[in-house]
Design a protein around this ligand. Structure first.
Ligand code: DGJ
Length: 765
């Protein structure tokens, strides 16, 4: 929480309303948090970014002496890398601000007018957040930059552009950027498609700009949830890494810009359509938050920063709020559009018997919805399918002690719906239309649907009222909020409107949450096409992918989880044979995969064989046992050298316990896995390691004559031994997993000398 201890360099107004410039002898801004720091100097009159990365300690040199050398055939003064990189300071990389007034005022010269610094409780009085305002009186604009440095080292940065001129300012781009250390020479980002979200790609950093553009009108299946740059071969637990994420669910770009002068910046901005943002006189435009982190110990350090930030939020669901994440059953892959009360009652009963805590009715319950071709927009319970409404099902579900959840897709409309027939002009598209008039030229259909123009206040209000009515009438604890198409040619009143539509959708979520504070909301978008920190500020989990194949999920969840903690990542046990890939997997592999997320089922569990039912109930119980740890601890991912194997785990913050999953994703080149390291424990504490699932004699999971001796009965070893030497692992069949539970068995650490480990009650493995 900010304290009132503000050191403000007062902002004064010049006669034309533009804040007056300050002298350039301001103290530099040096923000430090959890081993990371940001250093901004003002000695040139501009906010100059000198450093983002490792903490630099307390003794800083005279920063005014640190201007770059002036080379031949160049500007006569050192080029400043500004908080807003600008051509007026000689910056020839990607500019931070692009805009104009009808072709004039195209190049701003922003100079500092005020700096407000504040510390945060618990930060030992050091500055942890700041607001810097820079202005250009001639161009008639100012940019106010808000910077927050959160516990855990996650930096947040956003700009607000104010138009002080008498005429509109056309904004093309306002980007948030940060400097990257020279040691970073490799880029890693994520890409994907439907059913294959969040897959990594790496490339060398070269001079020039690497840009990831998202023009889907939503975040996108291929969105780079994380854009990282680091030292050669940086991994999960080694190497320096700088990383950024833009908290925005509309069009966007993230980029690494390696300028000709040798400096590199990383950043992101909203990608604006032609003429989309015209800032009226005395009005402003605000960018989404850029989130940035630095780690000296690989990607796990980046995850630490993001997880700490997520979990400090007062509304964060899970352990802190005292409300454990309920085990979900979603009916989609069990019944699809076949909505009949009797089978659903049977399914609810079977789910409750297995230990499920939340039952979610998916697509197909509303008027005219028998398949994906009609009905979107008509948010009334279908009277033919549900003559007594949803009450009989909800009563049964809640009677079994489960919460009830309902699927909706509020931002979309089918042309075959009463809503579209009554209000054709509520369908968003490129054409200019009048109220009640024809729809005009529409974008191509996608899953037979169009986008509802939520920028239109009447359409927005209709949707709000319908959802409000449903949430008021029925005992609904959870909405699965879907969004199943790109916002192509998205327009309102003939102008591009992705920006306004995104804000309208955010407001819809915000207002509904205000009206129904107990209701949780999941962000789904044909799987994981809307996973970002903008949507996650107003929803309680994301659906990472429509693919429930455990093998695919190993990658999708691993990389989604670099940014988003497991309690926010929906993760279900699907049918034995995956509906999206036709691969067949044992229950143990599907369950071990789903456990490292917000666990649930998406499977017709009405008629399971007795042994399978028993195993599934036991897996659910196991998840519940480890849920507090899984949803609060630190994520660790080993840098496992065998590409056929992966090892990840969650370690409690006090180092007292951990749960690891060893996963075989392919056949290995090696006959045996050898010793696999279990990182992240306290080096000098002793631990007991036990294999908890599947059983050591499970012939489906293991391909071996005999397991390593420790597997039956467990073993004790120091954290250092487990991290550095590891344990010999059984030979897992491909596409199988092994769950290992680790518990600390000594209270105090003996001598740090590894040789002293002989004093531990360690049996040689
Ligand atoms: C796409 C979602 O990702 C699925 O889980 C399911 O809810 C369908 N939409 C329903 O139409």
């Amino acid at each position: 929480m900010n304290n009132p201890d503000l050191i403000v360099a007062a902002e004064t107004r010049s006669p034309v309303g533009v804040p007056a410039l300050l002298s350039s002898d301001l103290e530099p801004l040096y923000l430090r948090r959890s081993g990371t720091s940001l250093l901004i100097d003002f000695s040139t009159g501009e906010a100059a970014m000198l450093h983002f990365g490792a903490d630099l300690g307390l003794a800083l040199p005279d920063l005014s002496l640190l201007g770059e050398a002036v080379p031949h055939s160049a500007l006569d003064v050192p080029v400043t890398l500004g908080l807003i990189p600008q051509a007026s300071s000689g910056w020839r990389g990607r500019p931070g601000l692009r805009g104009h007034r009808n072709g004039q005022a195209f190049s701003a010269r922003l100079r500092v007018v005020s700096v407000e610094r504040s510390s945060v409780e618990g930060s030992h009085g050091e500055d942890c957040s700041a607001v810097i305002t820079q202005a250009d009186p001639e161009a008639g604009v100012s940019v106010r930059t808000e910077i927050r440095f959160n516990d855990g080292g996650l930096l947040q940065l956003r700009h607000r552009l104010d138009n002080h001129g008498a005429d509109p300012y056309s904004l093309d781009e306002l980007a948030a950027v940060l400097p990257v250390g020279r040691a970073a020479i490799e880029i890693l980002d994520l890409t994907g498609r439907w059913c294959r979200e969040s897959h990594p790609q790496r490339l060398p950093l070269r001079q020039g700009t690497w840009v990831r553009s998202g023009r889907h009108g939503r975040t996108g299946h291929d969105a780079s949830l994380l854009l990282a740059a680091g030292t050669p071969g940086f991994g999960n637990r080694h190497g320096q890494v700088w990383a950024v994420h833009l908290g925005w669910s509309g069009n966007h770009e993230s980029f690494v810009d390696a300028a000709a002068d040798g400096r590199t910046v990383m950043g992101a901005s909203e990608l604006l359509g032609a003429g989309e943002i015209s800032v009226a006189a005395n009005a402003s435009y605000e960018t989404p938050w850029l989130f940035a982190a630095y780690s000296a110990a690989g990607l796990d350090g980046i995850s630490d920063a993001f997880y700490t930030w997520f979990r400090a939020r007062p509304h964060h669901p899970g352990v802190r709020s005292g409300k454990a994440r309920p085990v979900v059953l979603n009916v989609w892959e069990a019944v699809y559009f076949d909505h009949r009360l009797e089978p659903l009652l049977e399914l609810a009963e079977a789910a409750a018997g297995l230990g499920v805590e939340r039952f979610v009715l998916d697509d197909g319950w509303f008027r005219g919805r028998r398949d994906d071709q009609a009905g979107l927009g008509d948010w009334y319970v279908d009277e033919d399918l549900w003559p007594a409404g949803l009450t009989p099902l909800i009563d049964a579900v809640t009677g079994h002690g489960m919460e009830f959840g309902l699927w909706v897709e509020p931002e979309m409309v089918n042309e075959d719906s009463d809503l579209a027939r009554a209000h054709p002009d509520w369908i968003a598209g490129p054409a200019q239309r009048s109220a009640g008039g024809p729809a005009g030229r529409l974008p191509e259909r996608w899953r037979h649907q169009q986008v509802l123009d939520l920028v239109n206040p009447a359409a927005w209000q209709y949707i709000f009222d319908r959802l409000d009515a449903l949430l008021s009438e029925y005992r609904i604890s959870y909405l699965k909020w879907d969004q199943n198409r790109d916002l192509a040619e998205m327009g309102h009143a003939g102008r591009p409107s992705v920006h306004a539509q995104t804000l309208a959708a955010y407001r819809l979520l915000d207002e509904l949450r205000k009206a129904h504070p107990g209701v949780e909301i999941e962000s789904c978008s044909s799987g994981g096409a809307r996973v970002d920190l903008g949507i996650l500020e107003r929803t309680d989990r994301i659906w990472a992918s429509d693919c429930n194949d455990a093998l695919e999920r190993q990658t999708i969840q691993r990389w989604t989880g670099v940014v988003v903690p497991p309690e926010l990542v929906g993760s279900h046990i699907g049918p034995t044979t995956s509906h999206t890939t036709a691969r067949t997997h044992d229950l143990s592999f599907r369950a071990i995969t789903a456990m490292f997320g917000h666990f649930g089922l998406e499977w017709d569990v009405r008629r399971l064989a007795a042994a399978e039912r028993t195993e599934l109930a036991a897996a659910i119980a196991l998840f519940k046992q480890y849920r507090p740890l899984l949803h609060s601890g630190r994520m660790v991912r080993a840098d496992e050298p065998d590409p056929a194997l992966r090892l990840h785990g969650v370690v409690s913050h006090d180092g007292g316990e951990a749960l690891y999953a060893l996963v075989s994703v392919a056949t290995s080149f090696a006959e045996v896995p050898g010793r696999v390291c279990l990182p992240g424990l306290l080096p000098d504490a002793a631990y007991r390691v036990e294999a908890v699932y599947p059983a050591a004699d499970d012939r489906r999971a293991f391909l071996q004559a005999a397991p390593p001796a420790w597997l039956v009965g467990g073993i004790e070893a120091s954290g250092r031994f487990l991290a550095e030497s590891g344990l010999p692992m059984p030979v897992l069949n491909p596409e199988h997993g092994l769950l290992l539970a680790v518990r600390r068995v000594t209270a105090a650490a003996p001598a740090a000398d590894p040789a002293a480990n002989s004093a531990h009650p360690v049996r040689n493995p």
